[in-house]
Design a protein around this ligand. Structure first.
Ligand SMILES: *[C@@H]1O[C@H](CO)[C@@H](O)[C@H](O)[C@H]1NC(C)=O
Ligand SMILES: *[C@@H]1O[C@H](CO)[C@@H](O)[C@H](O)[C@H]1NC(C)=O
Ligand SMILES: *[C@@H]1O[C@H](CO)[C@@H](O)[C@H](O)[C@H]1NC(C)=O
Length: 392
């Protein structure tokens, strides 16, 4: 176990398709982008929750084996770097510092994302009977931070617009946790899925979507001209969801082993979000408002062609690398157990995270994040393309 970090580091140097992002000087710009502002949750948090204090199910994320591939825990919920790190690297920018790292350099952007954060506010979720653990820094709070930050570095709304004219703003992924908490707190799944499909349907026509759209419209009102709004991962392919759903009927699964009902649910969410994106495009014709298809990217990684191309082991496509994964039997077919999550005493990490898509049953491995970033930003899964990588 003590040799694992070293072994993984050596492996990282030799056989990963995408090497970890190298610190960049920001000297070279791509398509005129000089900064990234990011709002979101654990898929893109680079150290905010670690500074607030990670608790409960996220308590282990600030210690090894989280970060094992880069040799230290950074507060990122993975064995190494995240999509946002690969994106920054590809734009020739340094890694995004977390907003709560008060002494950090924010010249090339700020990361407001907090692991565990929700799209709806803690109060709005409480009204639905859902308790939010971990953090209260939901999307509206992060947005307030963003405004506060921009006002602190610019003297007028016009100056903020000028800064944002050369920036990329990522609003999400966020919203996955709203479902995670609802799911965990209202199992068994059948009831949950029905309840939330109804809820999603209601929101499509009501207040929920207006709140969602308004939060995202705020960044456009501030002057953002390139905004990326990501959807959710295919929940039915994610180990933690698969084990929690505990569906034994084989006909409930698709050819890849993903649970159809959960994927349908994720698609409903995404369809709803896409409609919000269309509304924003109509309201802000001068801006590029792009939808990032995380669902499609994740499904691609599980497919034969991409798995072979990137060196993923398809036999463990639905299995977490780290957690209750001591043996094939532990954690069932998915290597996941809520009572023995990655980093908890007695759990282990797999020898080679780069063979796995899922790091801890919830989050992806660095290798999968690198491949996902490539599919999204270079492979057409962000539409329309917010960045022209051939233009400097
Ligand atoms: C979130 O806010 C509630 C209500 O103000 C508070 O009781 C709770 O401790 C807060 N949680 C965290 C993690 O800060
Ligand atoms: C899964 O469901 C079966 C019955 O269908 C039950 O015996 C088992 O305890 C459940 N497992 C979990 C982890 O909930
Ligand atoms: C990207 O930029 C290059 C160089 O300016 C240009 O030739 C190309 O048409 C651009 N592509 C798109 C999709 O805008």
């Amino acid at each position: 176990m003590t040799l694992l970090p070293l072994v993984t580091l050596l492996l990282a140097g030799s056989c990963l398709g995408a090497p970890p992002p190298a610190p960049s000087t920001g000297a070279r710009t791509v398509d005129g982008i000089t900064a990234i502002y990011n709002l979101g949750d654990s898929l893109s948090d680079t150290g905010n929750l670690a500074r607030q204090g990670a608790t409960g199910l996220l308590q282990h994320t600030t210690r090894l084996p989280y970060g094992v591939t880069v040799g230290r825990a950074t507060g990122r919920c993975s064995d190494g770097y995240l999509m946002i790190d690969f994106l920054a690297r590809d734009l020739g920018l340094p890694q995004l510092n977390p907003y709560l790292d008060k002494g950090a350099d924010f010249t090339h952007g700020v990361n407001f994302a907090v692991a565990g954060a929700t799209a709806l506010s803690t109060a709005a979720l409480a009204a639905k009977g859902i308790t939010v653990p971990h953090t209260n820094s939901s999307l509206d709070v992060q947005l307030a931070w963003f405004k506060e930050y921009m006002s602190s570095v610019a003297n007028s709304p016009r100056e903020i617009r000028e800064k944002l004219a050369n920036s990329l703003v990522m609003v999400g992924e966020i919203g996955g946790n709203d479902y995670n908490y609802a799911f965990l707190q209202t199992r068994p799944n059948g009831r949950w899925i029905q309840h939330h499909q109804r809820d999603t349907h209601d929101r499509k026509h009501g207040k929920g979507r207006r709140t969602y759209t308004r939060n995202r419209a705020d960044v456009l009102d501030m002057g953002a001209v390139r905004v990326v709004i990501p959807g959710n991962f295919p929940l039915g392919c994610v180990p933690s969801y698969l084990i929690a759903a505990n569906v034994t009927d084989p006909s409930a699964y698709d050819g890849q082993g993903c649970l159809d009902a959960l994927n349908l649910f994720a698609r409903l969410h995404d369809a709803w979000l896409r409609r919000a994106v269309l509304e924003l495009r109509r309201a802000y014709p001068g801006a590029t408002v792009a939808y990032a298809d995380y669902f499609a990217a994740y499904v691609e990684l599980l497919g034969e062609a991409r798995a072979a191309e990137h060196g993923f082991d398809r036999r463990v496509a639905m299995r977490a690398c780290c957690g209750a994964a001591a043996g094939e039997a532990a954690g069932g077919a998915y290597g996941f157990d809520l009572r023995a999550m990655c980093g908890a005493p007695g759990t282990t990490a797999c020898e080679d995270p780069s063979r796995y898509v899922s790091w801890d049953g919830v989050h992806l491995t660095q290798h999968a994040y690198g491949a996902t970033a490539e599919l999204l930003f270079h492979g057409g899964l962000v539409d329309p393309p917010p960045i022209n990588f051939t233009r400097s």
